[in-house]
Design a protein around this ligand. Structure first.
Ligand code: 13P
Ligand code: SF4
Length: 319
């Protein structure tokens, strides 16, 4: 606790000295979320992280999350310095969608409108017509479907399949998955629901279809957080990264929150419902990056200029 306090104090000072603001995702550690709250920073889902970073006047954005979030911030505000506690913090969706292979897939289907999830590299975003996050994906695809467009979707196949079921759009899907959400188990969820018949089920759409089918609310992290406050139930079963529990408990302390069942613990995974890359963000490396002003995100300007178009469409659509 003494080290934690010292680090927290140091980070507060450095944020002021560097004219920096901390933007964190809900899946990061409570220590980081508390610090972001206390220093005028921001904690949110991917879409609002992008919006907040783009609109905030700070010279430096400290993005606590995974790499694509830092890249998105840099693409949207190239004049700002963007630093991250850990540059190696990636995402299985990003890793599973290499830009060259993706470009070849797009080239094979030139008649399709290319819509990609925000959880991708800058180069993949640059190849896309649209970027979306989970909070806006269904609305964007419904709009494009209404215009008669056929969609090429990447990389999350569960989210893509969910969007297809919701919109009826003609969609070609890339075969990516999130290693965290893919682990939620439908049969075990059914058993837990039988134990807690009064519980409402909240599911992130990166989860398998049989888990989504049991949901009372499907949505992005921000939308699930809202649901805990809005829905009048004493118990919630939550199928998303357990980092979200910090804010959910804060927002609805009287409610009981249960983790949706996963395949279970293993040698490499203490709790499977926690992203190993989000977990790389801590007070120590956050303080270090701010102290040295390193771990900076750079995006090739030509790629950034292209990606800004597809990201910009999403921001404009969501206005
Ligand atoms: P959202 O916070 O946009 O719902 O995204 C979830 C996610 O997987 C981020 O890594
Ligand atoms: Fe990627 Fe899943 Fe981790 Fe989010 S939780 S960063 S989608 S691996």
């Amino acid at each position: 606790p003494a080290e934690r306090e010292a680090l927290t104090e140091r980070i507060r000072t450095l944020l002021r000295e560097r004219n920096a603001v901390l933007v964190a995702h809900y899946y990061t550690a409570p220590d980081i979320q508390i610090l972001a709250d206390a220093t005028g920073g921001h904690i949110s889902d991917s879409l609002d992280m992008a919006r907040f970073g783009a609109e905030h006047p700070a010279e430096t954005l400290v993005v606590a999350g995974v790499r694509f979030m830092g890249e998105t911030a840099k693409i949207l505000t190239p004049e700002k310095r963007v630093i991250m506690p850990e540059l190696e913090a990636t995402c299985s969706l990003d890793v599973g969608c290499p830009p060259e292979e993706f470009a070849a897939f797009c080239d094979q289907h030139p008649e399709h409108t290319v819509v990609v999830y925000a959880n991708t590299s800058a180069a993949v975003k640059a190849r896309a017509d649209w970027v979306v996050t989970s909070s806006i994906a269904v609305d964007v695809v419904r709009h494009l479907h209404g215009l008669g467009k056929k969609i090429l979707w990447a990389p999350d196949r569960h989210l893509g399949d969910y969007i297809r079921r919701q919109t009826g759009a003609d969609m070609l899907l890339w075969e990516g998955a999130c290693i965290v959400h893919e682990e939620f188990k439908a049969r075990e969820l059914q058993q837990l629901r039988a134990q807690y018949p009064q519980a409402k089920v909240l599911v992130h759409p990166e989860s398998p279809a049989a888990v989504i089918a049991q949901a009372d609310r499907v949505g992005s992290t921000t939308q699930l957080l809202k649901a805990v406050v809005e829905m009048s139930a004493p118990v919630f079963i939550v199928a998303t990264d357990n980092g979200i529990f910090h804010k959910m408990r804060e927002a609805a302390p009287e409610k009981t929150l249960l983790e949706a069942p996963t395949a279970g613990k293993s040698a490499t995974c203490q709790s499977c419902a926690h992203c190993p890359w989000m977990a790389m963000n801590g007070l120590r490396n956050l303080a270090g990056a701010l102290e040295r002003v390193d771990n900076e995100i750079f995006v090739d300007p030509a790629i950034a200029a292209q990606a800004r178009i597809s990201l910009g469409r999403m921001l404009e659509f969501g206005r």
